[in-house]
Write a protein that binds this ligand. Structure first.
Ligand code: AMP
Length: 345
């Protein structure tokens, strides 16, 4: 753009006027590239403070030099609605300039509502909010050397529901997902669904699950990611039975990060082993689950939990995200305990 303007202006020595604050980096780089003599100055448009008016009245700061007869090139960082540009035109009407040329680094054609001519446009962009390279969001971000688009994804609440097999995670998740409008993902349920439908994933998972062992991390992580992606518009998730290993916890953090989100809490149901064994044997009578029917497999699952999974308490404690709740009592009482934790997040 600098070269193009220099060619078009031939022997004219222009006065480049940057509109502050946003244009300071652009103007700085622009004049460094301008191959011919030029003058450069800045002006600022500021709203009158303390004036209550339906119309936004602007005041001009910094125009001290006589511009009559000069070729003035306005350098804007961005033109969106065109309101600032309208003010610029109003102000320069009385300056008797030879010509008023408008050049802007960024231009949002879908947001522009005026019909002032834009003589030079650097980059046309969609109507999205950008920061950096002089442009701000609430005065922050001007210092960033590159341009970024603001993320506008909604806030999600993501909970890891934790506890040994038989602690009541599934039961509680069913109440909590309704109460907080969250998507419940139980890796155990997804595996069982795949086994029932005899999918390739189900075949792999079955060999581990029947013995009460953990399904390999990569298989589980890929499956979980796919479930999350299926629910792109969710308010948040209750993860039940996941993560069970440090590798899974790392993968989950990365997945949440890619969604501009995070795990807010690990909420753990604490139940003594003997109570768990009793509950699971009881469930085995009706659930049809192979891994609930045999006491030695149940004990193996509890052992897997303590060997591989219980360490995740440390993972989330280190981030101050671990919250334990007594998992013994009536279903309603336990829901109340868990809700008290979630409400404070
Ligand atoms: P659950 O329904 O959570 O008790 O899980 C039943 C079985 O599914 C476990 O014993 C594992 O074999 C398998 N499984 C469920 N979630 C995971 C996971 N996150 N990682 C590895 N294996 C899992």
């Amino acid at each position: 753009m600098a070269k193009e303007i220099a060619e078009d202006l031939k022997d004219e020595v222009p006065v480049f006027i940057g509109i502050l604050n946003g244009s300071f980096m652009f103007v700085s780089d622009f004049v460094k590239k301008y191959p011919k003599p030029c003058e450069v100055t800045f002006i600022k448009l500021a709203s009158y403070e303390g004036v209550k008016s339906t119309e936004d009245i602007q005041r001009l700061i910094g125009l001290t030099q006589d511009l009559s007869g000069r070729t003035v090139v306005i350098l804007e960082d961005i033109i969106d609605s065109g309101n600032t540009l309208e003010e610029v035109h109003r102000i320069f009407k009385s300056e008797n300039v030879k010509q008023l040329i408008i050049a802007t680094l960024f231009y949002k054609p879908t947001a522009y509502k005026k019909d002032f001519k834009l003589h030079y446009v650097g980059i046309e962009i969609p109507n999205k909010f950008i920061v950096g390279y002089g442009l701000d969001y609430n005065n922050l971000g001007r210092d960033l050397p590159a341009i970024y688009q603001l993320k506008t994804t909604q806030h999600m609440t993501n909970i890891v529901l934790f506890g040994p097999p038989g602690a009541g995670k599934g039961t509680q998740a069913n109440f909590l997902k309704e109460k907080y409008s969250l998507i419940h993902i139980s890796t155990g349920d997804v595996f069982r669904f795949n086994i029932k439908n005899e999918t390739a994933l189900g075949m792999i998972a079955k060999s581990y699950m029947d013995k009460g062992e953990l399904v390999p991390d990569q298989v589980t992580i890929d499956m979980l990611s796919a479930e999350v992606e299926k629910n792109a518009d969710a308010n948040g998730f209750i993860f039940d039975g996941f993560p069970r290993t440090n590798a899974q916890a790392d993968a989950l953090d990365k997945l949440m990060d890619s969604k501009d989100s995070q795990i807010d809490a690990m909420v753990a149901l604490e139940v003594a082993d003997e109570v768990l064994v009793g509950r699971l044997l009881e469930r085995g009578k009706t659930s049809g689950r192979v891994d609930d029917a045999d006491e030695s497999i149940i004990r193996n699952r509890i052992k897997e939990y303590y060997n591989k999974t219980a360490i995740l308490k440390d993972y989330y404690s280190a981030q101050n995200k671990y919250f334990g709740a007594d998992g013994v009592g009536s279903i309603e009482d336990i829901t109340v305990r868990l809700s008290a934790i979630i409400d404070k997040l």
